[in-house]
Design a protein around this ligand. Sequence first.
Ligand SMILES: NC(=O)c1ccc[n+]([C@@H]2O[C@H](COP(=O)([O-])OP(=O)(O)OC[C@H]3O[C@@H](n4cnc5c(N)ncnc54)[C@H](OP(=O)(O)O)[C@@H]3O)[C@@H](O)[C@H]2O)c1
Length: 255
Amino acid sequence: MSDFADRVAIVTGASAGIGLACARLLAQSGAVVVVNARRAARLDELVEIDTDRVVPLPGDAAEPDVIEAMLEAARRKAGREADLVIANAGRGLRGSPLDSEQAEWEEVLRINTLAAARLMRAAIHRMFAEIGVYQGPPQRPRDVVVLGSTVGRNLSPFSSFYGAAKAAVHMMAEAMRREAGPRGVRVTTIEPGVVASEFQSAAGYDPKAFGEFMESMAPVLTPDDVARAILFACAQPAAVHLSEIMLRPTRQAYP
Ligand SMILES: NC(=O)c1ccc[n+]([C@@H]2O[C@H](COP(=O)([O-])OP(=O)(O)OC[C@H]3O[C@@H](n4cnc5c(N)ncnc54)[C@H](OP(=O)(O)O)[C@@H]3O)[C@@H](O)[C@H]2O)c1
């Protein structure tokens, strides 16, 4: 893994799974990392990796105040704006638009789609302000990464309402990429297949049915597999953009 010692990162959903793996790898690679999630005690454990460079910012990643506080914490710590922002916080939901728990819809759209959009927009505007009017080749990498999903592209037999929220993420990220790329900011979409994490229980999947599905393609991805792909994209030279990565367990035929 290349050196991230000169990068200033923000990772939402850093208390578990993919976000935790990203935060760990970044901290171990020398980046300043602002870590966010609602479970503050878990963020404190993460701080133990490097008490000087890992900054906990607990709270709801969809709240505009929390988003502003993350961006401010990064700027205060590093003396410049965050240049590697990972909008990762999210959750699944068992079922389709016809049979999923309708009371959960708002939260699914709020954390997967709106929270990501708010953070990405705020981070990009700060990056633009730092870049100023200069419009030439990018001088250094600036990354905004968002977690989409294979089910945002391919209909899921398990969670197609959640898939719709991720399809919106893909479209939004592509729109932002088109606006931000010419000004030197890379907006990257990561679309994982099945990753073993707390995701499956939070989504309310039937442990037996989904367990058998996971077993059929074992081994499924680990959070570290996804984190390595994210850091690989962010480690490219500033003028190179690996803008979308779909990664699946090799044996995952669908979605
Ligand atoms: N696992 C998969 O198969 C898979 C596949 C494709 C895409 N993804 C996407 O990858 C991302 C990470 O998923 P994961 O597998 O790592 O899931 P996970 O293990 O359940 O972790 C989800 C993280 O999001 C945080 N979170 C949830 N709601 C939040 C909120 N309102 N504010 C702040 N943090 C919040 C959780 O922390 P707290 O509970 O402490 O707040 C936790 O740290 C998600 O966007 C997910 O949709 C996952």
